[in-house]
Design a binder for this molecule. Structure first.
Ligand code: UD1
Ligand code: CA
Length: 455
């Protein structure tokens, strides 16, 4: 039983007031249209056609080759859009679901249920409907003896029809061949001079075909037309994602200030403190403490690790490591196990071996740091000469004295020490101590002499 999808996304989405194409607006870290595509796939759709028009090339560039495209250059209505979307499915038979690129809350669970009912009842079409508190603006489901007989648009509806609270979600399941022949017969003879996909319902019924409805939860049919709706839908989705994490064994202290992306994974018995944002493909292990006030983007965190009041981007942190408060792990930081990255420490494009301590006020950029290294307070890896970046190596068991500058490229060999306040420009051999600061000069009774001069 083949299932396909046609996703309508050619509209301009004027009300978003954005330079970004509407299907590409982000929702919990994933674009609007990807939410729809992913749910369609999960519901069993093997071929997905997206109808694009406005900013078509942007959408295509973003989504890539994984999906098929149909162009609709002029928006002549939803029926006209489906006529374009059906073209790549030429010669195929099976069931096609028609979805909107801006209706991202529709779930694969619902789509599967609709498909099952559609098939069990041998229908030519199934319309997904919902009961709306305020149905204004929507197409209404007109019934006779309890059965759907047509869909009427707000602008074409009589006063009596406008009182109907059952609305057309705009999502449907069709048998492909039935859809094709019904589409060829719709006209734009209506108030908006548009080709309405909704007219196919009446056509199929008049031909004696079976058409049914599926009444979905209104929330799942919510469309995103402006930024207010975007934030409403974001809230609904985030609540779901946070709840999912909790049901999988994650403690979330304050769900209302916790944001978890759709692609994130969090292990059992991890605790998330308030004001924490988990973005992108972040993976967090078990028994971690994350937050408060922490942002992790595309970052992998091992088991038993704490990340407190810190930011990590495109990085990796091992097991039983402590990060923060107020640490910043910039892209491509690879921090090992049992490491301490303390307060006001910044790491960038560097690896830090197991058991190393970087306790405070330190910058490590473009360096490979071994295991059990100790960084004194205020160390700077001087990686930039104004034109180029250079890498440094700090080998196992080295000890970097407080307030050292390690001018890259430089190598601190195994177990070597640098004296506090040193500016290290040459390699320090294994086991050596490098002192690179001027010797202390003591002038006895200097204050007394100075005061005498004054008088
Ligand atoms: C449509 C339905 C209406 C339903 C409502 C639900 C029709 C005639 N009406 O109305 O019954 O209650 O959706 O939201 O179908 N699109 C294109 N090309 C077009 C026109 C639209 O791609 O030529 C896309 C838009 O990008 C949008 C979706 O289809 O994502 C819906 O279009 P819209 O114009 O908002 O439809 P409505 O008039 O709201
Ligand atoms: Ca609409």
């Amino acid at each position: 039983m083949a299932i396909y999808s046609i996703i309508l996304a050619a509209g301009e989405g004027k009300r978003m007031k954005s330079k970004t194409a509407k299907p590409l607006q982000k929702l919990c870290g994933k674009t609007l249209v990807e939410w729809v595509i992913d749910e369609a796939k999960k519901a069993g759709s093997t071929e997905n056609v997206i109808v694009i028009g406005h900013k078509a090339e942007d959408v295509k560039a973003y989504l890539g080759e994984d999906i098929e495209y149909a162009y609709q250059y002029e928006q002549l209505g939803t029926g006209h859009a489906v006529m374009q979307g059906i073209k790549p499915l030429e010669g195929k038979s099976g069931t096609v679901m028609v979805l909107y690129g801006d209706t991202p809350l529709i779930s694969s669970e619902t789509l599967k249920k609709v498909f099952d009912e559609h098939k069990e009842n041998n229908r030519a079409a199934t319309v997904i409907t919902a009961i709306a508190e305020n149905p204004f603006g929507y197409g209404r489901i007109v019934r006779e003896n309890g059965e759907i007989c047509r869909i009427v648009e707000q602008k074409d509806a009589s006063e009596e029809e406008q009182k109907i609270c059952e609305i057309n979600s705009g999502m449907y399941f069709f048998e492909l061949d039935e859809l094709k022949q019904a589409l060829s017969r719709i006209t734009n003879n209506n108030k908006q001079n548009e080709y309405y996909i909704t007219d196919t319902i009446e056509i199929l019924l008049k031909d004696g075909k079976t058409v049914g409805t599926y009444i979905a939860d209104f929330e799942e049919t919510l469309g995103v037309n402006d930024r207010v709706q975007l934030s409403q839908v974001e809230k609904i989705l985030n609540d779901k994602l946070v709840k999912n994490a909790m049901l999988k064994g994650v403690t979330v202290i304050d769900p209302s200030s916790t944001y978890i992306s759709a692609e994130a994974e969090i292990g059992m018995d991890t605790v998330i403190y308030p004001n924490t944002i988990i973005e992108g493909r972040t993976v967090i292990g078990e028994d971690c403490i994350i937050g408060p006030g922490t942002t992790l983007r595309n970052t992998v965190v091992g088991n038993g690790t704490e990340v407190i009041n810190s930011v990590a981007v495109d990085s990796k942190v091992g097991d039983n490591t402590h990060v923060g408060p107020f640490a910043y792990l910039r892209p491509n930081s690879r921090v090992g196990n049992k490491v301490k990255i303390g307060d006001f420490v910044e790491v960038k494009n560097s690896s830090i071996g197991d058991g190393t301590k970087v306790s405070h006020l330190t910058y490590i950029g473009d360096a490979d740091v071994g295991s059990r290294v100790n960084f004194g307070c205020g160390t700077v890896v001087v990686n930039y000469d104004g034109e180029n970046k250079h890498r440094s190596v700090i080998e196992d068991d080295a000890f970097i004295g407080c307030n050292s500058n390690l001018v890259s490229p430089v190598r601190i060999e195994k177990g070597a020490y640098t004296a506090a306040g040193s500016t290290i420009t040459d390699n320090v051999p294994e086991g050596a101590l490098a002192i690179a600061r001027s010797k202390q000069v003591v002038k006895e009774n200097w204050t007394e002499k100075k005061n005498k001069k004054k008088k």
